[in-house]
Design a protein around this ligand. Structure first.
Ligand code: GLN
Length: 194
């Protein structure tokens, strides 16, 4: 199974390493034409305004919307979460607008720019070591969105069918269990297609 990581800006190599650790082939995606060969796509952390701008420039907005409309799983982490959201607080225009969530950027404040914690995530057997870096928060979710984890009562992991998002960086530790969870989402979506 091939899983792509959008490689316009951000933490690409680390996601590829986690995908391979979880047992699939990771591909750096630089052109929309590469999406056809993938079972799923990860949009990494980085800087969401920059990623959004580059996605528009290289024709990824419609291509990823089409990819997701086929039922193929998409996983957004940190800035990738912001890129997937239908609504960004503060009036900034949505990028992909795929997932029925509202997000607040840099929501942990300056004194907590980055930190690590062990998180209980629904569907994972053990707590996950989560690294937050200038992380966004999910401040509202639609009816079809399932909350998978919270940190101090704020939503930090969520799923809507074949769409998955986390506020934190799951690719910066040796624990690839959230990537393994995403691979299972791809396997069950492929099973649904067959
Ligand atoms: N603060 C970044 C943004 O708003 C996201 C940070 C990250 O991806 N680590 O785009």
């Amino acid at each position: 199974m091939k899983v792509g990581v959008l490689a316009l800006q951000g933490a690409v190599a680390e996601h590829i390493r986690s995908i391979e650790h979880a047992g699939a082939e990771g591909v750096a995606v630089k052109h929309p034409g590469q999406l056809d060969e993938l079972g799923g796509l990860i949009i990494p952390g980085g800087e969401s305004t920059t990623i959004g701008k580059l996605m528009r420039k290289y024709g990824f907005i419609d291509a990823v919307r089409f990819f997701a409309a086929q039922g193929k799983p998409v996983f957004g982490t940190c800035a990738g979460l912001i890129v997937m959201a239908k609504e960004i607080e503060g009036g900034e225009e949505a990028h992909l607008g795929l997932m029925d969530i509202k997000v607040s950027r840099n929501a942990f404040g300056r004194q907590r720019e980055s930190f690590e914690t062990d998180l209980e995530v629904k569907g994972l057997r053990a707590p996950l070591r989560a690294v937050f870096i200038r992380a966004p928060l999910i401040t509202a979710v639609g009816d079809s969105v399932e909350v998978l984890s919270t940190y101090r009562e704020e939503i930090v992991t969520a799923r809507q069918g074949h769409l998955l998002v986390s506020s934190f960086h799951p690719e910066l530790t040796d624990d690839s269990s959230l990537h393994a969870y995403f691979l299972e989402m791809i396997q069950s979506s492929e099973a649904a297609v067959k």
